[in-house]
Design a protein around this ligand. Structure first.
Ligand code: COA
Length: 329
């Protein structure tokens, strides 16, 4: 079966109601609204309530995507949750979602590729449908990054927020759907970005952490910034080339939203019209794997995505990892 017959048939999103503004962040660390706004483009983020976990956000986003797709829970064959902040190690967040939405026929698993996770999951899901193994796959990106954010570290706490986005993948009309994927990783870059370090087999509890290391997100901001600009530019070109297209064919770029200066720098290098780039970082900050599906859901509800549009999604982040998808909407 040709790849072109698998596409996104529904989108949905959910973010917690609690808003953390730049003025609020100023209460925790030595920073200013002006600094955060000009250096990152972020104005506010959403923060989960103490009793809200990743699966809680994921369930609502998933139900909205299924409703839009007109696909019932019994029709879902598989659920993939891309996350770096699962409810717990086991069971997977995907299994918790499966039970809550009543998708009793569905296989379910989590996928770990940090901010690239959603695009990785799209690639896996679309292959399962293209080969005939499955018909409908629910792909979710969901994070509660506030649980692994150090609100005494001004280098990181300004950046991250919580949320969930979901899509239903299924068969689409010929001429629409996915055209190409480009995934990659460089494990040598692992030390540049880490988070959620406690609870795995290396550091099972806080007391096992080496001196100077915390359970929270830590990054080499400057190096990650350079990697991100380079990757966003190169992967956009690479995935378009794989699809037999060029930048001139692109109608909408939906990049991972980590810092508006990363997006601006890459868009300038690509010589892409900024009108063709979807940016919503001001309202949410960086929500890792949830960022791209939330951007897609918003772009669609704002009428920015039209049938026949050539769309590229590009994620990049911890691992280091990166992933791009080219599709016809
Ligand atoms: N408020 C005020 N000053 C701050 C600050 C804040 N929130 N955070 C850092 N600074 C200070 C630094 O301490 C530094 O001061 P110094 O020169 O006295 O040491 C100065 O601002 C410049 O720091 P620098 O790190 O050069 O800033 P930057 O312009 O690179 O911005 C990041 C920092 C983190 C916003 C930026 O590097 C970034 O976005 N990196 C990518 C991060 C990312 O996207 N990660 C996830 C990828 S998926």
């Amino acid at each position: 079966m040709s790849m072109a017959t698998v596409g996104i048939i529904g989108t949905g999103m959910f973010v917690p109601s609690n808003v953390l503004t730049n003025a609020d962040v100023q209460q925790y660390v030595d920073t200013t609204d002006e600094w955060i706004r000009t250096r990152t483009g972020i104005l506010e983020r959403r923060i989960a309530a103490p009793d809200e976990a990743t699966s809680d956000l994921a369930v609502v986003a998933a139900q909205r995507a299924m409703e839009q797709a007109g696909v019932g829970a019994a029709d879902i064959d598989c659920i993939i949750v891309a996350t770096m902040t699962p409810d717990m190690m086991c069971p997977s967040t995907a299994c918790l979602v499966q039970a809550r939405i009543g998708a009793h026929r569905a296989a379910a698993f989590d996928l770990s590729a940090a901010c690239s996770g959603f695009v990785y999951a799209l690639a896996m899901a679309s292959q399962c449908i293209a080969t005939g193994m499955y018909r409908h796959v629910l792909v979710i990106g969901a994070e509660v990054l506030s649980r692994v954010t150090d609100y005494t570290d001004r280098n990181t706490c300004i950046l991250f927020g919580d949320g969930a986005g979901a899509v239903v993948l299924g068969p689409t009309d010929a001429g629409r759907g996915f055209r190409a994927f480009s995934l990659g990783a460089d494990g040598h870059g692992a030390p540049l970005l880490r988070g959620g370090c406690v609870g795995g087999s290396r550091y099972p509890s806080e007391q096992h952490l080496p001196e100077g290391m915390t359970r929270c997100i830590w990054q080499n901001g400057k190096e990650v910034f350079k990697f991100a600009v380079r990757t966003l530019e190169q992967q956009t070109i690479a995935v378009l080339a794989k699809a037999g297209l060029t930048i001139a064919d692109l109608d909408m770029l939906v990049p991972h939203q980590a810092n508006v200066r990363i997006i601006d720098a890459a868009v300038e290098k690509l010589r892409l019209d900024p009108q063709k780039v979807f940016v919503n970082i001001a309202s949410y900050g960086n929500m890792s794997a949830a960022t791209i599906p939330i951007a897609l859901a918003e772009a669609q509800s704002l009428g920015r995505l039209r049938a026949g549009h050539t769309v590229v999604l590009v994620g990049f982040g911890g691992g280091l990892t990166w992933g791009a998808a080219a599709l016809v909407w």
